[in-house]
Design a protein around this ligand. Sequence first.
Ligand code: PLP
Length: 349
Amino acid sequence: MINLFSDTQTRPTAAMRQAIAQAEVGDEQRFEDPTTNRLRERICALLGFEDAVLLPSGTMCNEIAIAVHCRPGDEVIAEASAHIIHAEGGGPAALAGVMLRPVLAPPGGVPGTFDGAALREAVRADSRYLPRSRLVCVEQTANTAGGTVWPLALLREVRDGARALGLATHVDGARLMNAVVASGMPAHEQLAGFDSAWIDFSKGLGCPVGAMLAGSRAFIHEAWRLKQRWGGAMRQSGILAAAALHALDHHVERLAEDHANARLLAVALAELPGVRIDPASVQTNLVYFDVTDTGLSPERVVSELAARGVCVGVFGRGLIRAVTHLDVSREQVLRAADAMRDVISACKP
Ligand SMILES: *Cc1c(COP(=O)(O)O)cnc(C)c1O
């Protein structure tokens, strides 16, 4: 099987399992796990924050950050395709009692991003009739917008705009390292001046579990209270931290291969009749393509591809998503494109 379903499908490599097996461990809750402590220092330096906390998932990073930044009834501003809006089980409402204010990406801009003008338009006036605008969330890379990268100028514009309006700022960095590798901008530069941010170890970095949320000392102190309350406090978490440290050493630079493979797939798909995709829009490892004009439903295409040993996911509105990652080689990507060509020529609508 060529598994292009998601970069969450990676299996820990033999070397990562070795690192896990050899991890020095202690009690994370008492800050006595040496490997988790090392990861914490590493992430603080990488992302440019004072403190950080290991959590079981990226979702918990987002939910804790929102709950620390906001009071019930507050409003969180995010681009309309954001993960916090669509894919966290209503967590912001259920756990933090906040409202979400989607901002549409301005036409002609980078999909999944917005600018200072869009932010100012979304911010509520100070009125007792209105929810209070409190937090601005940015997703780097913007997942369902196409894995697009927020340019540095736009990050700064939104950060400064938020600051001028008295809003807190948070970066969902599920695929931040993809943005770092694709753009060449160091993570700490992208995140400078933001109040909180996190990276996921279980996506392109190839770990089985884990994410780390970073912020000021005071912010992480409060985050720990919710980590405890919501059952995210661990014990010998060095097992997970060792995998993450291994990934930071060995799985970051190679993300460039995933991006090259994604572009290769996009170029091959663009040549197929009825398949709509602009290869130039593929900046990282996420490849969304529209099969409406093939006359085949995305569900049919996905099941025909599965029968040919290629796993991809339906994304609604005629869209299919393929994701490149460390368990998919260049040669497998080319075979996946061949399978797609075969599906289109062999299947009648
Ligand atoms: C995957 C993802 C998350 C959630 O991370 P998990 O580790 O799956 O909980 C949040 N935001 C974005 C943009 C994601 O792609």
